[in-house]
Write a protein that binds this ligand. Sequence first.
Ligand code: PEP
Ligand code: MG
Length: 838
Amino acid sequence: MQKPFEIADFVTLTPSASVETTTHGWRAKCLQRLIRLDLPVPTTVSLPAQTVRAIAAGQSIDTVALASEFGPQMLVSVRSSPENPEWGGPGTVLNVGMNDDMHAHLSNTHGSEAADALYLRFVQLYAIHVARLDPDMFQQDPGPGALELALDAYEEETDERFPQSPARQLGEVLRSMARAWEGTTARLLRQAKGAPADATLGLLVQEMALGIGPGLSGSGTIQFVDPVTGAAQVTGRFRGQSQGRKAAIEALYLTRDPRGASLQEADQRVFDQLCDYGAACRVKLREEMQIEFTIESGQVHVIDAVRVPRSSRATVRIAVALAEDKVISREDALLRVEPRAITELLHYQVDPRAPRDVLARGIAASPGAATGKIVFTAAAAQASAARDEPCILVRRETSPEDIRGMHAAVAVLTERGGMTSHAAVIARGLGLPCIVGCSEIELNARERQFRGPKGRIFREGDIVTLDGTNGEVLVGSAEMLAPALDDGFRTLLHWADLVRDIGIRANADTPDDARTALMFEADGIGLCRTEHMFFDEDRLTVMREMIFADSPEDRRASLERLLPMQRADFLTLFELMKGSPVNIRLFDPPLHEFLPHDREGMRELAEALDRPLSDVMRRCEALSEFNPMLGMRGVRLGITVPEIYDMQARAIFEATVEAKRRGAEIVPEIMIPLVSASREVELVKTRIDAVASTVRNETKSDFSYKLGVMVETPRSALRAGEIAEHAAFLSFGTNDLTQMTYGLSRDDAGRFMSTYVNQQVYGEDPFHILDVEGVGELLLMGAARGRGARPDITISVCGEHGGNPESIAFCRAAGFDYVSCSPFRVPVARLAAAHFAL
Ligand code: PEP
Ligand code: MG
């Protein structure tokens, strides 16, 4: 027979006991701290992980010695204490030690009703969770005869009396909890929360403090901040006489409350005592704690304390308040806020407490939530916006023609597409909630309806809520939490700016984007995609005229009309940005993106251009490409139709001169897209330099500018050395670079990405998180070669990865000067950059 454990295998918690989180678990450590703070914690014994493991393996423990720690009449609770509170652990078992003697004793001191209720609860719990008897046999409601029924049922099922020895009860409870921790389900659950395979459990045996008795008695939890907003406020719950007996006061609020009696009113001294404990925890444990307490005839016992569970917005507010009160350092405050979590503060969110009727799930492409009526076309979205009716645009996938519809919608849902598909990129830029690749819906745009899973049909006008934060479409409207760009948020990000050592710019195409970038205090604009300026109604027609021009002269004439529009665009940006850097990318997409795709559109265009329909159709046909992503776009267009870049360069320079005149001096950065050969840069640079000279002469004004290259083809990364000779900066366009490195279409990858990630072909969606092994190597190689040729060259990333914390870590480690991302991702990027610098 194995030797029972020695008494040294458990530790009574005292201020000087040797208790570590790694051996005894977080709860034991926390309780010891409370004891050190002189809080009235009932006698508690901690069984370290090694003991618990031995118990689970079948060794017996000397529970007689253990029980003797609690005196002759033992009544205890057993709680789990894993190393990390997130890892769960078996639930608390109360009232261990309840037997006939204790029942008789409690009947005398607290009345038979209370004694019955306590005994009944213990018998039921023990029968179901320890003796593993059929729960149906132990469903008795408290009341006359219920206890006897439960005791009889136990005896009938086990052929023995309900165990009367407190030591035996304790031994059995410890064994069942130790084994529960080793069970497969518990193991899988905690591993899903990040626990290692060999995660251990400590157990705590604590003297019961009964929340019953004459005078003020009961139990509850109290915390001193609001868990949703983080504002200082006493919240929690209290239940008078909570262990059963009919209460003099049934339930109480904690603070004075018009709805009924409160703990504060009932006993201000007890309330103040609890507040003092909270304040002591805040300062000494350096955290807002939720205190679990019991009051026995006016006597307070602190049973446990946990970190207040909190929303992201509360996390920010609490961390900032602790640092402002000098309880923690600013650096600690920064590190206590998970960068990704602050996205929640920037947008409306579905209230986590609200019920959710999930209609379908897709890829969470742009965070935030919105409720609106379903529409299926951009035109319907615009019409809906004109009626002031919020709408959700549902498309198979979006194209540039949908942009105005996206502006008009409150959220966007697409059946196809991945993280960098058109809908995803534009929605993130606009700060619109968006779900893409929602293949669970079957769209029938002609019938203006879609079918969800389980055959549910949704028609135009039906109300849905789109939760872009977790990729769920919900039926109907939902309770929302408003954005929280409050002082706490701003203060935290200013602290982040003081420590981070990589720039964070925003990708901003329009004045509205620039305002958002300013609101989020980006270090400038890292990518202005100028083509987005040509989709407005008045410009689109001129743009199309330019595309249809029969001669360079005609083309120039159309471009002349576009020039003042572009100049005004840039001037607005320069004035808004007040001297912060602005990086403008020259025209990038293929021209056919500006042409209509259906017969009706072509007919309208023929009318607008006063040309025969056949002519328009032929031209559209001629411009169409088999693979537009790899066709006549970017610098290829700039070289074949150079007048477009000439016009853009002139608009930039004239706006620079005018901005300077208005007091907003700027050194514009001009970026050439889709370069793959240095000769392309040479050719474009020669023309742009010439335009600059002309503008200088015409305006009699001097200005400088930087010309750089967008490295987004693998070849440009490989040839970065010779390209750098003509470029003041290299900015990696990791969207295209990922697409071309993998040979993976940005717009189609959504169809199989989840299969690929599930089967671990890719660790992550490479459009979402930079593939540091492949695409990353091209970045490192390109940067090194570029710097080799030109040591002062500025290196950055302006693809969507710029807003992703892991990718920022990579760029920072590689010594890049800045990353640029959608304006709404700037705050996360600022905080993440600070984390990496700390
Ligand atoms: C890129 O390719 O990474 C990029 C920023 O450009 P776009 O997304 O406009 O192709
Ligand atoms: Mg690109």
